[in-house]
Structures are given as C-alpha cells and as structure tokens.
Design a protein around this ligand. Structure first.
Ligand code: NAD
Ligand code: LMR
Length: 393
C-alpha cells in the first residue's frame, strides 16, 4: 500500500515526457510497484578485508538487480544524500548503489537495503574504502560538504568544500575515470571548475562528463510559475541558465512553456518570479533557521537529473536538462548552465539557441551576471593551480 502511494506521488510530481519534449524522465512507477512483490535476502557482511580500523565496507543486498547502471553517491549519509539514495534505490535503471560518507553509512545502508527494489546497496566509509566505492561506477553524484546557515552566501562554503570536492574528484579520476560526475556541493559555480582542473591534472577530463547540478533551479521555476499562473505543473518548463548562486541564476521566463503563459507575463511578474527563483535557496535556509538548507527538493532534483543522465547513457535520444557545464555559449565564461542534450557520452549538445532572442530584461541580467560568474570560475581554477604549486614547492 505504501509503495503504491509513493509511486502515485512520483507520477504526479514529475513532468510527463510525452507532454514536455525537454522535460526530465519520470521514475518508472509501474516497475516500482511490480518490484514490491520481489523477495529479498539481506546479508550484512564485510566485502573486502578491513585495511584499517577506520575503513569499512558494508554490503546489503535486496533482490536481483534488473537495471544496468552503477551509481555512487559521495556524501550519502547527509541531508541530501539520504533521500537521494532512497530515490536512486527506486530507479529501475540502477542495478548497484554505492554509498560513501565519512559518517553513518552503515545505518543508511542497512535501512535502505530493506526496500525490496532491485538495486543492490553497498556502503563504504573511510578514505581507504573510496576506491572500492567508485570502481566501475557509471555515475558519481557528489553532495558531500558543508551547508549554509542564515546570513551566509554559498561562496562562504568555499573554504571547506573546495578541498572536499578536490579530493573526492581526484579519487574519481583514479578509480572511475569514465564516470559521469554530478557535482552538487556548493558553491557549484566554483566547485565544478575545481573538479575540471583536478580531472585535467589527472589526465581524465572529458568536459562532456562533468556537470554542476542546477536542476533545483528549474524545478523551483516550474513550481513557482505553475502556482502563479494556475497551470498544471507537469505542463510547465522554464529553462534556467547562468550559474547557481544569487544573481548568477537567470530564469528565461520568455522561453517558458507553455508559450501562451510566457507571452502573458507582465514585466512586474517577470521580476518578481526571477527574484523568488534566485532567492529560493535562501528562503529555505531561513525557514530552516540554522537546521540546514534545501535537502528534500534537492534530492528530488538530483534524482531527476540522475534519471535523465541514465536514460542518456541508455541510448534514449530525447533527454534534455539544464546543467552547469563547460561550453562556449558565452565566450568569456568557460562554464555556464544551459540546456544540454544528454546521450551515451554525457553532454551531446549544448543548446546555445536558448540564448538567442532574449528580452531586454534577460539580456541585461545576462550581462550583469557575467563578471560575477567569471570571478567564481576563476576562484575555483586558481584554488587548484595554487595548491598544485604549493605541493610542488
Ligand atoms: P549535510 O551536512 O546534511 O550532508 C553533507 C554530508 O557530506 C554529510 O553526511 C557529511 O558527513 C558528508 N561529508 C563531508 N565531508 C565528506 C567527505 N570528505 N567525503 C564524504 N562525505 C563527506 O549537507 P546537505 O544538506 O546534504 O548539503 C550538501 C551540499 O549540497 C552543501 O554544500 C549544500 O550547499 C549543497 N547543496 C547544493 C544544491 C544545489 O542546487 N546544487 C542544493 C542544496 C544543497
Ligand atoms: C539551494 O539552492 O537551495 C542550495 O544551493 C543550497 C543553498 O545554500 O541555498
């Protein structure tokens, strides 16, 4: 009964790909319902010998895997990591789910393994277990790091999260060099360039496979526009470009679907909606009053982007999402969030056409965000280069 309730919820809350050519894939609810009748056996046993006391590997299996992709989540025991792991466990495209964190993985792994869906779950903790977690991964999702408290900007997280992302991505380069990498840890505008530099240094950089996850901005834009215009949310699709911090977040309301809604926005509505979309992360940080930032909506958004990436790997040719990727759509910005087509190799195409025919307001906002985003990109690149020089001296 509970399974049916969850499946129904996922069907109504995910854009329908039949209606939205550019929408994300829906979770396959029918498969989820069917899988609820699978029997499962739980084994909790060490998979590798313990190299050191601090490193452990926990394997817990439930049923036979019928999906075909291995997904690793780094930071899996956190506020985003846990619900994201649950949503990934529900995906019919995931056959193996590897959970890594520096704390509390054992409990999350045991708990999740009791869901009788096909994906096999294994938990990994401690630096020595990271290689085993990553080995053979098709997609690595990184929500590891610290989060904002009221009064902080995302850039205030740089001093801690830069090092976390650098080290985790270095391990990805060593142990899963062919994986798609989804970076969630903030500040995304800088952590993605950091990841790119690390991958370059390791000779494992393929720009088509590195993504900053900005799906939450699209999810929010769709929700807010649907509510404002009284539209079914499944009909709404708003591209959001630029970056993922304050004024660098640029919703292109003139390009929203349905087109009739986009045409009907007044100037005041555009400004109000754009401000709400940009400040939505802060809205959650303040509402949680020190207890965290967006976790549930972020897990939902990350699961949507994960499912889209897996459908791309699986050969579907209708998979489009906005993401922060390397591109030349704005020549002075080596990284920019834009609609991309996803395929077997990751990014197949960056849809530069989305930036043509902007309204005066959008064109002004784009000019305004350029120096801000450039500064964040440069900061990330400099961080890796300076640390490399320091290591050499
Ligand atoms: P959280 O503190 O609840 O969880 C973070 C997890 O990372 C913790 O379990 C922690 O143990 C783990 N961790 C820390 N260092 C690690 C390391 N070296 N290796 C592995 N795991 C490590 O935070 P959260 O709410 O899950 O948010 C995580 C990050 O995601 C934050 O930086 C936050 O700002 C960011 N975020 C991004 C978006 C986005 O749209 N991209 C949205 C929301 C949050
Ligand atoms: C968000 O947009 O919710 C995240 O980037 C988290 C934050 O700190 O706002």
């Amino acid at each position: 009964m509970a399974a049916v309730a969850i499946a129904t919820l996922s069907l109504t809350s995910v854009p329908c790909k039949k209606r939205l050519r550019h929408g994300a894939s829906a979770f396959n609810a029918q498969q989820f319902i069917n899988s609820s009748s699978h029997s499962y056996s739980l084994t909790l046993r060490p998979r590798l010998p313990k190299p050191r006391a601090a490193s452990r590997v926990i394997v817990a299996q439930a049923g036979n895997g019928s999906g075909s992709y291995k997904v690793a989540i780094l930071g899996a025991a956190g506020g985003i990591g846990q619900p994201l792991s649950l949503l990934a466990k529900m995906s019919p495209l995931v056959s193996a789910l590897h959970l890594y964190d520096i704390t509390n993985v054992e409990g999350v792994t045991a708990d999740l393994s009791h869901c009788n869906t096909p994906a096999q779950v294994a938990g990994f903790t401690g630096k020595d277990a990271l290689a085993g977690c990553l080995l053979g991964a098709d997609v690595v999702v990184i929500p590891a790091g610290v989060l904002r408290k009221p009064g902080m900007t995302r850039d205030d997280l740089f001093s801690v999260n830069a090092g976390i992302v650098r080290d985790l991505v270095a391990a990805v380069a060593d142990h899963a060099p062919g994986a798609l990498v989804h970076v969630i840890s903030n500040p995304v505008n800088s952590t993605v360039p950091i990841a790119a530099e690390v991958l370059k240094q390791k000779g494992a950089y393929d720009p088509r496979r590195l993504f900053g996850v900005t799906t939450l901005d699209v999810v929010r834009a769709n929700a807010f526009v649907a509510a404002r215009k009284g539209l079914p949310v499944a009909d709404v699709d708003v591209p959001v470009v630029g970056g993922h911090a304050a004024a660098t977040i640029l919703p292109l309301l003139s390009k929203a679907r349905p087109k009739a809604a986009a045409a009907a926005f007044t100037d005041e509505e555009v400004e109000e909606l754009a401000a709400r979309i940009r400040d939505a992360g802060t809205e959650v940080v303040e509402a949680k009053a020190g207890a965290g930032s967006a976790t549930l909506s972020m897990a939902y958004a990350a699961a949507r982007f994960l499912e889209a990436s897996l459908r791309g790997l699986d050969g579907h040719d209708d998979v489009y999402e906005c993401a922060y990727v390397q591109s030349q759509v704005v020549p002075e910005l080596p990284f920019f969030a834009c609609r991309v087509k996803l395929g077997r190799g990751g990014v197949e195409e960056v849809l530069a056409s989305e930036l043509r025919g902007l309204t005066d307001y959008e064109a002004r906002e784009l000019e305004d965000l350029k120096p801000r985003l450039k500064a964040s990109i440069d900061k990330g690149i400099a961080y890796v280069q300076q640390n490399q020089e320091a290591a050499l001296n």
